[in-house]
Design a protein around this ligand. Sequence first.
Ligand SMILES: O=P(O)(O)OC[C@H]1O[C@H](OP(=O)(O)OP(=O)(O)O)[C@H](O)[C@@H]1O
Ligand SMILES: O=c1cc[nH]c(=O)[nH]1
Ligand SMILES: [Mg+2]
Length: 212
Amino acid sequence: MRVHVADHPLIAHKLTALRDETTDSPTFRRLADELVTLLAYEATRDVRVQPVEVRTPVGPATGVRLSQPKPLVVPILRAGLGMLDGMVRLLPTAEVGFLGMVRDESTLKATTYANRLPDDLSGRQCYLLDPMLATGGTLAAAIHFLVDLGADDITAITLLSAPEGVARLESELAGLDVPVSVVTAAMDERLNEHGYIVPGLGDAGDRLYGVV
Ligand SMILES: O=P(O)(O)OC[C@H]1O[C@H](OP(=O)(O)OP(=O)(O)O)[C@H](O)[C@@H]1O
Ligand SMILES: O=c1cc[nH]c(=O)[nH]1
Ligand SMILES: [Mg+2]
């Protein structure tokens, strides 16, 4: 599994404001949106393209366009929804599927409560969106979902990741022959006893949408 930690002062600047407990929801949403657009640039480095000829006013030119089948973007509800607009701004022709998953706060086990994905993902490049990679249970289950439907290339984009979650993904996905990458804005220190990322930013879903 390839793990890319973004190293850019603009990303670090926005992430610091995102972490700040005094940042309100509207600002948090705007920052998450801006951050994912910056991360998407790195995450789509291997997006598949095919050659195409166009005519400029001066003459013929060879360029590229995104290959078929279209990439699939999958936000993991709730918090991943806060990353969707920023991602499709960069990949406007992508299709969007949805996974609703929630982690039990006492057992830390993830369960799936909604699934709106194409039936067949053969040959599809998929981009999973979730701001937090904590224990890794949610992302591991989401990746298995996509692989079971035939996805053959998966990139997860997260805002914060914990080393424990990355280690879990590495061991749970070790047998897969599907390439998986994680692109994250930061690798934090650790998880606390409640499974929260330290220093983290708290509960991403609550900070985006309020406590429910
Ligand atoms: O790596 P893990 O330990 O599985 O934790 C990460 C998950 O926890 C959060 O979602 P949450 O369950 O709070 O749902 P929400 O998005 O509805 O707030 C977060 O958005 C991830 O999906
Ligand atoms: O720190 C964490 C861990 C899981 N989910 C969150 O929203 N935040
Ligand atoms: Mg939450």
